[in-house]
Design a protein around this ligand. Structure first.
Ligand code: SF4
Ligand code: SF4
Length: 85
């Protein structure tokens, strides 16, 4: 019944959020990480990978640059930097 109103279903892979990220992106320093996993837990895009200390990183193809990961990191190991850097 609603089919004419809906477009074709897309997936996050087809609609990469990185194409409209804010002017900031996270830089994982990978120096003081304690593998607490908080950044991974809070990321609204679920685009953070990593398990061991100093291995966490964001997949920028999906990151929106919201900065939540940087804010929550207890070791200040994630910097938000300008997109060009
Ligand atoms: S800036 Fe936001 S969207 Fe990007 S990795 Fe961090 S929490 Fe996820
Ligand atoms: S929040 Fe910080 S310390 Fe915790 S896993 Fe992420 S980068 Fe490592």
């Amino acid at each position: 019944m609603f089919a004419p109103l809906l477009g074709k279903p897309g997936s996050s892979k087809n609609n990469k959020t990185g194409s409209w990220r804010s002017f900031l992106k996270p830089k994982y320093l990978q120096k003081n990480c304690i593998a607490c996993g908080l950044c991974k837990l809070i990321c609204p895009e679920s685009c953070i990978e990593g398990k061991e200390k100093n291995t966490f990183r964001a997949d920028l193809a999906y990151c929106k640059g919201c900065g939540l990961c940087s804010q929550i990191c207890p070791k200040k190991d994630i910097e938000m930097i300008k997109e060009q850097e």
